[in-house]
Structures are given as structure tokens and as C-alpha cells.
Design a protein around this ligand. Sequence first.
Ligand SMILES: [Zn+2]
Length: 657
Amino acid sequence: MWLALCARRLAAALAAAAACLPQVCAAASAEVATVSVDAREASRGILKSHLTLPVSPGALTLVYPKWIQGRHSPAGPITSLAGPVLRAAGAPLAWRRDDVDLYAFHLLVPAGVSVLEADLEVLTAPAPDGIVQGLETPRSASESLAIIEWNQLLLYPEGARTDELTYRASIRLPAGWQLATALTPAAAARAAADGSTDFEPTSLTTLVDSTLLAGRYFRTLELGGTPAVKLAIAADQPAALAISAETLAHYRNLVAEASALFGATHYRHYQFEWALTDQIMPDGVEHHESSDDRSPLRALLDDDIRRAEATLLPHEYTHSWNGKFRRPVGLATPDFQTPMRDELLWVYEGLTEYLGDVLATRSGLLTPAEFRDEMARIAAQLTVHKGRDWRSLEDAVISAPLLYYQDWNWASRLRRQDDFYWEPALLWLEADTLIRRLSKGQRSLDDFCRRFYGGTSTAPEVRPYDFEAVVAALAAVQPYDWRSFWRERLTRLGGGAPLAGIEAGGWRLEFTPAPNSMNGAHETEDREVNLQYSLGFRVSLDGGTLVDIVPGSPADAAGAAPASHLVAVNGHKWSREVLHDALLEASDGGHTLALLIEKDGEYRTLELHYAGGERYPVLARAQGADLLAEIVRPRAAGTGSSAARGTSSHGSHAGER
Ligand SMILES: [Zn+2]
């Protein structure tokens, strides 16, 4: 609808252009919508916005963004939306929600009205234990920082292409707060009497793709690169901003290593926006020229949490190439209402997961030993996800909108988002080793990345691709039946975790009593004990809640249910140490562990028959060349020395973003 109106006005403007009449210029500026966000009460969970929308008299349908890029799902927080409150020519204007599309509002613009005003509020509150259920909106602000996702705070005309709508944004923040965003600050900044920050008009697509991070405790660091890359960090406490010189060097290496991998960039500048807080669910959302990165408060201070979060920024940065520049055709939608088709997320997310791990290691954020522990960790997870027996990888990616934001209960039987990040990551490792073997070490997946995602450096643009384009680009790097390779792996059921890549890399998955450094890092971050590979469950340190039950495990055989609470082990009040001691006792032959469980207000004892001790995944050296070492070897000039962080191997859910 807005398109037709714009075209009509454009024709009128062109007809009068020779004279450049003042009224024509005024009409042109009226085509720009404005969104003024008031985030001064963000820490209360209140974000307000005031919109002015250019309109013409007659019937109009305004829509609230529903399908959100980067979230691959209908994640627009409609249940948290208060409003809209509409006014035209100073008078209230009624609307009626569509009976079927609950994100659409029908109204009638009165005669003589060219600008509509709308007020919205988005209201959020802390979720118990951080897990967001169903349509609930996760909070995105704490007492000291806020993440502003513009899509939550605006409306636009139904049927318009978001590339063709122009919005001018501004924001008011609490006094003394700083901000970072990929948006361009307005050249002629307002007198700032009200403390607003204004931005240059931009397309609605770019506005929504430019999340803003603001905070009381804030710093910005230069990471080098051409175009320049910056790292902005906001934290709930000033001490949490203390990035070590070594870690900063590794993030600078990341920029150099990504450049060496892809050979070209597709942004005008790039901005990491990293929020460090324990009040907001850890997450990461990619954008073309920025990323919205959310980690626990102590991600720069606690070595376990630092390691658990080490792949987050490499993952989101990789998306600037894989996901934003090259995008599956089903995700290259013209607006925020067209449903997305997620069938190629095994490329978009799976390859990004693999490259995020590889780039983190080439940069020095992980050691090669930690990279192997991470590969062992994700492979081991897939060995216990028995949902692989009924749900193919292809079905998991198609079902992404259902599987995102699911909690861990019954994850092993249902599968969840980890499966379509980790399983294809191992399959891309297999493809990488296959190219290296068939080309006798002459080529690798790096050549595919350069060909598919590199080319000539450009400003942000979207080049959609389909399954056949991926197959063709792989075949151009290394002739092979890539179509069959992927079809078989996407559709097969059961058959165990995909370990062929690890094995072709010269390693094999084993389970030993020695802790896995990445497993340990995620146990610390997630505040849990992970006994998936021995007793068959994870248990939360806060409240002793059993998380997931592995099918076929001792806990499964004993009848344990997720969300039960562990009270005692062998008659002793439960703790991490008591559990580990019980496992040690069980390591010298068959034992029965008595777990006292509280569920639904009733107590009962589960008897777990278990003959092993502690069991954690590890990669053990096998036959053939060590291709994993070759894959994570730094490529950029100058990275090598600062990437070497030693090779010690002692040390959640991060990375699946
Ligand atoms: Zn991702």
C-alpha cells in the first residue's frame, strides 16, 4: 500500500522537479518516518517510542515486525507490546486488530491527514532462571545497560518492502550513558536540549539491522581492519570491562584472521556490541555491520566463562559474510511479515558454528587443545541426542522456529537448536577434511569460503543462494558428488553422531575420567554438573534441578524425570562433591546409587545401576595426519606469535547462536 502511495508522490515530485518548488521539497521530507525511542526507564523494563508515519487519507494497515532476521523465527515480541496509541491531526484514531494476523492493525486515515503519530511501549520483566517460555519476551536491559532492538519499537505499512522505507531514528538514554551502534550519527546534531542522540535517515532494513547498545559503564576498543572494526563493551560493573592485553590481541587477531579467510568484507565499518551482564539471557544476534553479543558479567574475568564465551564474537562476526551477505533464499525476505524458510540453516548456522570455532582458535581465543575439547564436547552431545532416531537434520532446521528457545527438558529425545548448529558443524569439518584429502592438501574449505563469501569488498548487500549454489561452489573448489554428500547427511536417521570428520582429521572420540576443558567451562558458566555420559543427566547447582534425561542411561532406566529436584545421594545431602565421590565409588565395579528425588511435592528414591566412574568426552590421537592442527593454524600475517597461548588442555550452551 505504501509503495503505491510513494510512487504516486514520486511522480508528482518528478513532474515539478525542474522548479524544485518548496512544497515539493517539503513533500519529499515527509516521506521519512521517524522513530524516537525513550530508553530512560529501560532498567524498569519499559521502552517507549513515538512514531511519525507519512500517510495518505484512506484505508491503511500498519504491521508490527514479526519475522526477525537473525532469529529465523516469528520472534517479534507482540505479547509485550502496549499500543499502538494512534493520533491524526491531534485527535485519537481508532484501529482494529486483524482477526487472523495478530501483528496487523487496520485503520482509516481521515481526509487531509498526511502524518500519523503512534506511541508504543515494550514491557519486559526478568524471567525466572532466565529461561523464556513460549511467546514471552526476554528482557534486554539491566540497571546499568540496555540493548535496543528497533524492530520492537516501530510499525510500518503492510505490503511495503523494508528496503524502500526510510526511517530517521533518535534515542534518549539515562543521563551519563554511552552508546554504540552501526547507525550513522546525524551530521547536524540537534541542540540536544532533551539529551537525544539523532541518527541519519536510513532504510527500515538497515535500521532494524543496527541494534544499539547503551550503558553506564562502557568502553570502546579499536580492533584494526579495513574497514575499521570496533569492540564496544557495556557491563553491569566497571570492573568487568577489564579486558587483558592478551585477550584484546586475540580479538584483533580475529579481524585479521577473518580477512585472511574470506579475502573481502561486506560492511562499511563493523561494530561488536558486547553486553556483559548476569541479568540478561546469554545470546548473540548477527547484523551486517554489527553484532549484538550478550555474555555473563565475568566473561573477561573468569577463565572458565571466558573460554565458554570465546566462540561467540567469532561466530557473530562470521555471520556478516555467512548469513547477511550470502543468505539462503528462504531467509532473504522483502519485509518482516513474510514467513522465513529455514531449510538452509545448516549452512547459515552450521558452517558459522564451525568457522566460529576455527577462527577463535586461529586467533588465539582458544588453544588447539581447547578446539579439540570443543569438537569432543559437541560430538558427545550428539551421541546422546536420541531424537536423531526420529528427527533428521533436515527436519531439525525446518523446525527451527519451534526448537529455538526451548529449554533443555527432554532435549535428548526431541532435539533442539544445538542439533542444527553442532551436527552440521561436524559435517562441515568432514567436508573440510574431504577437500584436503581429495586435493592432496592443495585446497580446503578456506577456498570455498573465499569463493562463496569473498569476491570484491562491498557495502552491505544481500546475495541469496539455494542448495544447488552451495553444491556448485563446493564442486568448483573440489570435484565431488556434493549433492549426494549433503542429501544423505541431511535426511539420514539414527546411526550415531557424525564422527567421520573428526576421524578423517586424525582423531577419535573417547570417554575418559579426565575432565574436558570446554565441558568444564560450560559447567561453570551454566552453574551445573554435567553427568550426561555417566549417570545420564545434568543437574543445576541452584536448586538441584535435573535437566534433561539421556535415553538409555542409568537415570532413564531408574525412571527419572526432567525438572525433578535432587535432594540426596546415597543418604548424603547432595552437592557437586557428593555426586563426584559417588561416581568414584562406582568406578570399581557395579554399584547402585540411591538418589533421593523431590518431584511434585513428593519424595522417592531412584536406584541407579552404574558400573563406570567419571566419563567425559575427549579426542584421542588416531591414525593419519593431524588435519585438525592444520585447520586451526593461524593464516594471517602476524597472528601466529600472539595466537600461541600454550597447549594445556584443562579447563553450556554458548556458541549456539
Ligand atoms: Zn548464528
